[in-house]
Design a protein around this ligand. Structure first.
Ligand SMILES: Nc1ncnc2c1ncn2[C@@H]1O[C@H](COP(=O)(O)OP(=O)(O)OP(=O)(O)O)[C@@H](O)[C@H]1O
Length: 247
C-alpha cells in the first residue's frame, strides 16, 4: 500500500481580488522528500509554499493537510505551524536579540522547553550550521549568509517535520550563496521533508528528489531532476530552462 503523504494539497486555489494566483494545484509530498519548486517570476511558487502553513489564506474549497491535520484557521493551525518550519528570503531574525536567543525563543515559547535545554539545543544547532562562534552576536553584526544559517538553525530548533524554504539565497551576495546551499544540502536526507522555492538550478538538480515546474499559477510539470532538466515534456518548461541556463 502507498504510504500516506505527509503533505497533501488538493485543488489549491488562491486569488487576490480578480487576479487568480493559483489555479487548482494538486500535489502530494512524502515524508523525507526534498521537493524543489522552480518557475518564472510571478508564477505562484512562493504563494504555493506559504499556503502550506497558512501564511496565505486560500480558497476554502481547497484542501491542504499536513500529517493528516487540515490547514485552516482555527486551533489546529498552531499544531501545523509547530511541525512546519520556514526560512524566508530576508532572514526575518529578531534584530534586538542575540543569535543564541533567536534560536532559543520558539522552543521555549511554543513547546515550554526549559531555558537550559533550549540553550543546549541552540548551541548544538549553531555549531551544526557552522556559526557556533557567533552565538552572542546580534544579527546585524553577521553577514547575510551567516544570518540565513541562523534562520535555518532557528527553524530546526522546533524539530519540524517539514521545512519550507522561500528563495533562501535570493537576497544574498553571490559569494554567500554556497555556504547556505551547503547547509541545506546536508539537511536533505536527514529525514526532514523539504520544500524549496529556488532559482538555483544546480541545487535543484543535485539535491531534489522531485522538481516541480510552475507557470502562470499552474503546476505544469513534475518529475525527477533528470526528467525535468534533461527531458522536459512541456514547451514552457523547455523555454524556461533555456532562458535560465543560458545565463
Ligand atoms: N499581496 C498580494 N497582492 C496582490 N498580488 C500579489 C500579492 N502577493 C503576490 N501577488 C501576485 O501573485 C503572483 C504570484 O506571486 P508569487 O510571489 O507567489 O510568485 P513567485 O513565483 O514566487 O515569484 P518570484 O520568483 O518573483 O518570487 C504575482 O503575480 C504577484 O504579483
Amino acid at each position: 500500500m502507498e504510504k500516506t503523504p505527509l503533505i497533501s494539497i488538493r485543488g489549491l486555489k488562491k486569488a487576490y481580488g480578480t487576479f487568480t494566483v493559483l489555479h487548482g494545484i494538486d500535489l502530494d509530498i512524502a515524508e523525507g522528500e526534498v521537493v524543489c519548486v522552480i518557475g518564472p517570476s510571478g508564477s505562484g511558487k512562493s504563494t504555493l509554499i506559504r499556503c502550506i502553513n497558512h501564511l496565505e489564506a486560500f480558497d476554502p474549497d481547497s484542501r491542504i493537510t499536513v500529517d493528516g491535520i487540515r490547514v485552516e484557521p482555527g486551533p489546529a493551525l498552531a499544531k501545523v505551524r509547530a511541525e512546519v518550519g520556514m526560512v524566508f528570503q530576508s532572514f526575518n531574525l529578531f534584530p534586538h536579540m542575540t543569535v543564541l536567543k533567536n534560536v532559543m525563543l520558539a522552543p521555549m515559547r511554543v513547546r515550554g522547553t526549559s531555558p537550559a535545554e533550549a540553550e543546549r539545543k541552540a548551541r548544538e544547532l549553531l555549531a551544526r550550521v557552522g556559526i557556533g562562534e557567533q552565538a552572542e552576536k546580534f544579527p546585524g553584526q553577521l553577514s547575510g549568509g551567516q544570518q540565513q544559517r541562523v534562520a535555518i538553525a532557528r527553524a530546526l530548533a522546533m524539530e519540524p517535520r517539514v521545512l519550507l524554504f522561500d528563495e533562501p539565497t535570493s537576497a544574498l551576495d553571490p559569494e554567500m550563496v554556497g555556504e547556505v546551499l551547503d547547509v541545506m544540502r546536508k539537511l536533505a536526507g536527514t529525514g526532514v521533508t523539504m520544500v524549496v522555492v529556488t532559482h538555483e538550478m544546480g541545487f535543484a538538480r543535485q539535491v531534489a528528489d522531485r522538481v516541480i515546474f510552475m507557470d502562470g499559477g499552474r503546476l505544469m510539470e513534475a518529475g525527477t531532476p533528470a526528467e525535468i532538466f534533461d527531458a522536459p515534456r512541456h514547451e514552457r518548461t523547455r523555454g524556461f530552462l533555456r532562458a535560465v541556463l543560458e545565463h
